[in-house]
Design a protein around this ligand. Structure first.
Ligand code: MTE
Ligand code: MO
Length: 460
């Protein structure tokens, strides 16, 4: 049968693929689906016979789906929180302008001090851990990619487009996320911007997907109790009954592993990734186990043996700039006061144990000593503070400056640190002075500070 010989819908006896008489709007597009169905590309007819795993089926797909349905929103939400932690209203979050995707502005709190460590740790760590589950879920629905015709109704065209955004979105987020951790500067485009917008595309597609599929998912989950499935070995493993979606293989081959085995494989891979990642948050020799996140893995020993994000050499900070000639300039209300390192050491010193948590996935907890930021503000008679702008000796580079919120300046544990673990800071860790503030993203813990400008409550 070809397109010409297809009689208009409604004029012929109703076949199985025909819309019921009188249903409006289906006559014209239906013919297109029919044309597509009758002209499959080479190999399409046999495609569904190529996928023969007896494990594929709605139940297995739904188990992976439910794990992702819990995990991926958490990755998304912690990602958004990380974004907020950069205080986008100071223009220091990337992307700078997110248009109508702007989040409600609020001051990132300084308590608990491990808050950013937690949100970035969950975002990066869970994101990595879920990769095997994402791949397993995609494997489980792979035959659908080769369905022919690709759609049988306008609704299905839309659904498949949303699937394209869903699958493309998650793969894009995984790729940009992992590449950033490994080699942030490999990109020809702005990684952060792409990762941010990609996340929204993915989540929009996920909401559509859940709206369309959650009932089928729940039905599938109820069809086979998890307990029974976990008690079923390879020999007793049978394919699921044929399903309307065509996930179950038409000609399944005998099981080479059980569903239990498949779940164990995926779960085991996830655990392995988690185990190879968690070391990034451990100090001491355990950090070397973080094989997947090479940054900051070899910090050396001693009291200053913790990761360095950017060395002084890489930042172009010279020993000459940090020697006896170094001065800190404090500015407020048009006044400027300079202090040298001895002057700072003569002020009240405070010691705090606080994390540095880098958005690229690692964190470390160290004991810092130095002068409270609020004491420095008082020293220059700053009055009521709206924000503080911190500048580094570093001339270029994205992280040579940072703006701190009022609460971050006022916190009793917010320091301009001069020493760490009882010794002077090393040049790579920001000597002569660096910022350390509870729950502040690592990137704003500016090293080699040369100037702090306290700004008033309004304007400036
Ligand atoms: N001047 C300057 N300060 C900086 C950076 C930088 O590149 N330049 N990197 C920041 C980042 S991204 C992190 S995670 C921390 C790491 O501090 P550390 O190198 O002492 O561990 O320093 C921050 N301070
Ligand atoms: Mo960082």
């Amino acid at each position: 049968m070809n397109a010409q010989s297809t009689p208009p819908a409604g004029d012929s006896p109703a076949g199985p693929r025909r819309a019921p008489r009188g249903r409006p709007g289906y006559g014209f597009p239906r013919r297109w689906w029919a044309v597509l169905a009758e002209h499959p590309p080479p190999g399409a007819a046999t495609a569904n016979r190529r996928w023969r795993s007896p494990l594929r089926g709605p139940w297995l797909t739904s188990v992976f789906a439910v794990v992702l349905l819990v995990g991926l929103p958490l990755v998304f939400l912690t990602g958004l929180l990380d974004y907020v932690a950069y205080a986008p209203r100071f223009g220091q979050a990337y992307p700078r302008d997110v248009g109508w995707l702007r989040l409600p502005p609020f001051d990132w709190p300084t308590r608990p001090s491990w808050l950013f460590r937690l949100t970035q740790g969950v975002h990066v760590g869970l994101g990595i851990t879920l990769v095997p589950v994402v791949l397993a879920k995609l494997w489980s629905v792979l035959p659908k990619l080769f369905d022919w015709p690709p759609a049988r109704s306008v609704a299905q065209v839309l659904e498949r487009l949303s699937l394209l955004l869903l699958v493309g979105g998650i793969l894009f987020e995984i790729a940009t996320g992992l590449l950033d951790i490994q080699y942030a500067y490999l990109f020809g485009f702005d990684f952060y911007t792409a990762h941010y917008f990609g996340a929204w595309v993915f989540v929009a597609a996920l909401v559509a997907h859940v709206a369309l599929r959650s009932r089928r998912m729940l039905t599938a989950l109820r069809s086979r109790p998890l307990r029974r499935e976990l008690a079923t070995g390879r020999a007793a493993t049978r394919p699921e009954p044929p399903d309307p979606d065509g996930l179950v293989a038409a000609r399944p081959r005998p099981a080479t592993t059980s569903r239990r085995g498949a779940l164990a494989l995926v779960g085991g891979l996830s655990l392995l990734l988690a185990a190879l990642t968690v070391g990034q948050h451990l100090d001491g020799p355990w950090r070397r186990t973080a094989l997947l996140l090479p940054r900051g893995r070899q910090p050396g020993g001693g009291p200053t043996g913790f990761p360095v994000n950017r060395t002084a050499a890489a930042a172009g900070v010279q020993a000459a700039d940090t020697g006896p000639g170094w001065r800190l300039t404090l500015r407020a209300n048009g006044r400027a006061v300079t202090v040298d390192r001895a002057g700072l050491l003569a002020m009240a010193q405070h010691t705090v144990t606080l994390p540095i948590a880098c958005v690229e996935g690692w964190s470390t907890v160290q004991t810092w000593s130095g002068v409270r930021l609020r004491d420095l503000a008082a020293h220059v008679r700053a009055g009521r503070i709206g924000a503080a702008h911190v500048r580094s000796l570093e001339k270029a580079g994205l992280f040579r400056q940072a703006t701190l919120q009022a609460n971050q300046v006022h916190d009793a544990d917010a320091l301009l640190a001069l020493r760490v673990n009882g010794v002077d800071l090393t040049l790579d860790h920001g000597y002569p002075a660096r910022v350390i503030v509870p729950a502040l993203p690592g990137v704003h813990c500016t090293k080699w500070v040369t100037e702090i400008e306290f700004r008033g409550r309004t304007g400036g």
